[in-house]
Design a binder for this molecule. Structure first.
Ligand SMILES: [Zn+2]
Length: 704
């Protein structure tokens, strides 16, 4: 008997040491567990394998738990340094793996990564709650917070203290243990729902294809679009045919040019029904559940609804203020959109066609009307917007404004061959940071365009950490022997995302938590949207808009047409956007946690504002990723809110000159460098000398 036990103990010991050994080997090989040892310490994408993530996440969580325990058990009285700063510098490994992982699940995912994210989501949700609901830790934070006036903190330190304290309160630190347990459950469930929502959309987006078998199905389409569709067909095993997908660079030109009305309807309906096909990828139940859980959470924390909970920390502060701005713009925008619809209908009638304008006709007739009214079409512009020229154009704008330079580095690790890497330097040659750009659509990438960071700028404890930032987009790809030629809308998006990148790259903050784009949602779009203004200025166009074959500068006549047509279709664009903002607010001002009929709720919400049937809300609920699988719930209004800011801010340049050095320096020093280190309105006023006025926006949109 004893012998058997001894033998078993022996076996266990052997197994234990074996598993320790294999753990050690895994640790040695796992790039997250050591210095990256790459140029500028960027992630070693070539060495990171799928199996490295989960162990790094788990170890990262354990490490931070230990760090937090050490803070709680510190026998010294709580101070700013031993509590707030100590928390800020904890979780280095977790941040490192999280940044790489979530960048890749958006930009270049696969089934394996999706599986890992499902395992990680509850772990992170729990870990986050373990920190926010740690009573001992909150006691110390509160102790520091309660004596903040006496501590002689800098404004940035004050801000960090304030933000940290509020995160605890908003995370449930003041709730009873029973309510905290409930909150944990809700957070975990919400994390998984958000993940599933995004995954469903990605699959729905990739699942649909419009296969055109015969050439007659291509009537109206420009040659470059046809070549692109033939290439897509080849990639998707339909060689010799043509394929259109729901990716914007494929779908939009089809809607603009295809004379086949029934095919336009088909692709359009596929697009607006994503997540609403009553199959296993349907998102309606997820929407309903998410909204109900958000109300429940808000109520637990003492708010009437989710919007109140979210807006408290934004510039808008309250739902009323958001509705006020939306309502102010809605009426004039809707009036213009109705006029536009009438013009399009007139065009249909003139063609002798006997049908009523529908949503899938809008793009097609708008394109035709633009041609008729301004002799301008998308096809004529694209040759002047070769991707590389536009990119170099935005670099040149940043150089003229801030003196910074850009140099491509080719020997950097990448996660996909289409990615390009640039180093930014100050005028004196000192290093600023690294920018990745990843511009083309693929099945492994989610839709849209975004900026994110692999590493945020900070300099806590005097240690400079340089930022590593990325821009990811879904632009028109090169087709046949032609390079990537962008639409003007894509040009604007490129400038926009680059503006976010500058916010991250030029950040000059001590703490990671306040660095770069760590600002409220309705302020974060200021640095991005202001950049869009330069894209359209004639003086700037002449520097970057060159014909891809001849190098000829964009002719003045095209610039004039572009300028003249700048209000064209703005009623449509503003209305489809505002409608989505109303819908977001309506979902999140519900005060009762109950599950609802998603389609009915949405229809009611849109009928209430009088949306016309010829225009579909920019995002219907089952694919409204911003609010159900992104960070924009009760925040989709932010774009128009920030437009008030950016139009007013850009006026400062118009009042002086486009590249006025004093204004540029003031924008850099007071906005771009300051991240979230102070209240946004304080920063804004320091730049502009006054609060923003709405006039500039109304004028720009032609709504005044
Ligand atoms: Zn943006």
């Amino acid at each position: 008997m004893n012998k058997i036990i001894l033998f078993l103990v022996f076996v266990c010991l052997v197994l234990l040491s074996y598993s320790n050994q294999s753990d050690e080997i895994a640790t040695k090989k796992n790039p997250f567990f050591s210095e990256f040892n790459t140029p500028f310490n960027v992630p070693p994408f070539n060495k990171i394998k799928e199996e490295h993530y989960l162990p790094a996440f788990k170890q990262g969580i354990i490490q931070q738990q230990k760090e937090i325990e050490a803070i709680v058990n510190n026998s010294n009285a709580p101070t700013f340094e031993n509590t707030i700063e100590a928390m800020e510098s904890s979780g280095i490994l977790l941040t490192k793996v999280r940044n790489v992982f979530y960048n890749l699940t958006s930009a270049h995912t696969n089934d394996e990564l999706q599986k890992i994210s499902k395992k990680v989501a509850p772990l992170l949700s729990k870990h986050n709650d373990d920190i926010k609901l740690n009573a001992g830790l909150f006691k110390r934070v509160k102790a520091v917070y309660n004596q903040k006036e006496k501590l002689g903190l800098s404004s940035e330190q004050n801000r960090l203290l304030e933000k940290t304290y509020k995160e605890f309160v908003r995370g449930g630190a003041n709730l009873s243990p029973e309510k905290q347990a409930k909150l944990r459950e809700i957070n975990k469930e919400l994390a998984l729902l958000s993940l599933k929502f995004g995954e469903n959309i990605l699959k729905e987006n990739n699942a649909f294809e419009l296969v055109i078998e015969k050439e007659e199905g291509l009537v109206g389409l420009p040659q470059s679009v046809i070549i692109g569709a033939a290439e897509a067909a080849k990639e998707r095993d339909h060689e010799g045919k043509w394929v259109f997908t729901l990716h914007k660079p494929s779908m939009i030109p089809f809607l603009q040019y295809s004379e086949k009305r029934e095919l336009r309807e088909k692709i359009f309906k596929a697009y607006i029904n994503r997540g609403n096909n009553n199959n296993q990828l349907d998102n309606k139940a997820i929407v309903s559940k998410t909204v109900a859980l958000r109300v429940e959470k808000a109520n637990l924390l003492g708010y009437n609804n989710h919007a109140e909970f979210v807006l408290e920390k934004n510039m808008a502060k309250k739902p009323e203020n958001v509705y006020k701005l939306l309502n102010q713009l809605w009426k004039p925008a809707l009036a213009i959109a109705k006029k536009e619809a009438t013009e399009l209908q007139t065009m249909i009638n003139k063609e002798g066609k006997n049908f009523k304008l529908e949503a899938w006709d809008w793009w097609y007739y708008a394109e035709k009307l633009k041609k008729a009214k301004y002799d301008l079409d998308d096809k004529a512009l694209r040759p002047y917007f070769k991707l590389e020229n536009v990119r170099d154009g935005v670099f040149a704008v940043a150089n003229k404004l801030y003196g910074i330079t850009f140099e491509e580095i080719t020997n950097m690790p990448k996660y996909h061959q289409e990615v390009k890497v640039f180093e930014l330097k100050e005028a004196d040659g000192s290093h600023i940071g690294i920018l990745y750009v990843d511009y083309f659509p693929r099945a492994s990438k989610r839709g849209g365009a975004w900026m994110n960071s692999y590493r945020k700028q900070s300099k806590q404890g005097g240690q400079e950490v340089f930022p590593v930032i990325t821009n990811v987009c879904n632009f028109s790809k090169p087709t046949g022997d032609k390079p990537a030629l962008l639409s003007f809308e894509e040009v604007t998006t490129l400038f926009h995302e680059f503006g976010h990148a500058l916010h991250g790259l030029l950040s000059n903050s001590t703490y990671r938590k306040l660095s770069g784009t760590s600002v409220s949602r309705d302020f974060v779009e200021l640095p991005s949207q202001i950049m869009e203004n330069w894209a359209a200025e004639p003086e700037v166009l002449k520097t970057y808009a060159r014909h891809f074959e001849t190098g000829e500068v964009i002719p003045q006549s095209l610039i004039d047409k572009l300028k003249k047509s700048s209000h064209f279709n703005q009623g449509f664009a503003t209305v489809e956007y505002l409608a989505a903002s109303f819908l977001d607010m309506d979902w999140h001002t519900l005060t009762e946690a109950k599950e609802l009929d998603v389609e009915k709720f949405e229809t009611d919400s849109l009928n209430k504002i009088g949306l016309i049937p010829e225009i579909v809300v920019r995002y219907k609920s089952p694919y409204f990723r911003h609010i159900f699988s992104g960070g924009y719930s009760s925040g989709y209004y932010s774009y128009i809110w920030a437009e008030v800011l950016d139009a007013d801010a850009f006026d400062a340049f118009k009042e002086t000159s486009l590249f006025d050095q004093k204004t540029a320096q003031a924008f850099r020093k007071n906005i771009l460098e300051r991240g979230g280190t102070e209240e946004p309105m304080t920063l804004y006023k320091r730049f502009r000398g006054a609060e923003p006025k709405i006039d500039a926006l109304l004028k720009r949109k032609g709504l005044n």
